[in-house]
Design a protein around this ligand. Sequence first.
Ligand SMILES: Cc1ncc(COP(=O)(O)O)c(C=O)c1O
Length: 409
Amino acid sequence: MESNNQLAFYGGNKTVDKQFQWPIYDEAEVNAVAEIVRSGAWANPNCDGLVAEFEKEFATYCGTKYAITCVNGSVAIRLALMACGVKPGDEVIIPPYSFIATASVVVEANCVPVFVDIDSDTYNLSVLEVEKAITPRTKAIIPVHFAGQACNMDAIMDIANKHNIKVIEDACHAHGGEYKGNKLGSIGHAGCFSFQSSKNLNSGEGGIIVTNDEDLANMVASLRNVGRVKGGQWYEHHFLGCNYRITQLQTAILSLQLTRLEEQTRKRNENGIYLNSLLLSIPGIKPLTRGHGETVHTYHIYIFKYDKAYFNNISKKEFAALLAAEGVPSFMGYPEPLYKQPVFLQKNFMCYALPEHVDYTNVCCPNTEQACYEEAVWILQHAMLGTKEDMDSFAEAIRKIQRIVLSES
Ligand SMILES: Cc1ncc(COP(=O)(O)O)c(C=O)c1O
């Protein structure tokens, strides 16, 4: 394995000199798209044909009765929330260690995002904190299976059932992940996925909602298709939906990508377990804990904790830059919790109104702040499709950085 005494950031050789391909496709995808282009049937106003076929395939894959596609993962969560029957001013519990959409769609649904801290071992919602945050106004929880690691779904469903609260899984990182043998997304009242280009199942953009609840499925299907209903007329609009339809081109790609997903997920999961075993032996590096019943982790992101005390006190930001320069597809992840975003601090919600008493300037979730400011480093999913030797080289890159920065102390 290549290693030398100068950091790649400062001109030394990279430890990992390899490009990791993403997306992965072949002539099958090219031909499928070409066929649609030639057919001229690019749009799909009735969401039938290839769109309906993919929805059936994805529902079967997740083990749910229904799957409804839409334009992206953000809209998927918003439609699921609306279809659950939330009302203006209802509170929705979310983690602050997530992509902006987990929080912004709550405001777009006229509800109040309530930020609840993550568990420091898994970076998923802390169930103890969820329990404490429940009020008579709480109407939904959005557990995010962050990075592809399952949330503690038994505990979350128990809390939800006890308080009559809906659970919408944000499974945008978690296609193919499993909790106690069940596919992530299939456990709550609804599960939402993104098909944006970085995601483990991808068509450039796109999203889907899975559920076993027929009424919820019908409402989501209506909301994504300008409020039309099954059996209704073209110019007959029952609900305040919009055009959130996916295209045939996207679903043609998705059907083919789905045939690759199981093997890719197996590979990432296997590499993740192996990389955990390697990183555990590096002082100051700690992989996140696996296991609140998860049986398959999708490693949409491989996260490890960094402790600068073992790296001559260089900040995590600097460490992450050194690691990326060594050729590991990685970065420092979210620099801040969601509640620190100007949109929440200043309540820049435009036409969306939140009750006066809501104030995000006082929110503090210590585990999330620790993850953002001090410790979380991300390796990206396409790198987790590498070989065992690639995982060895990722660990070697970290050891190299440690050796050199410590020698300079
Ligand atoms: C956790 C999470 N939720 C929701 C989304 C939104 O998905 P999209 O970008 O498809 O709208 C993302 C996208 O990155 C995400 O990471």
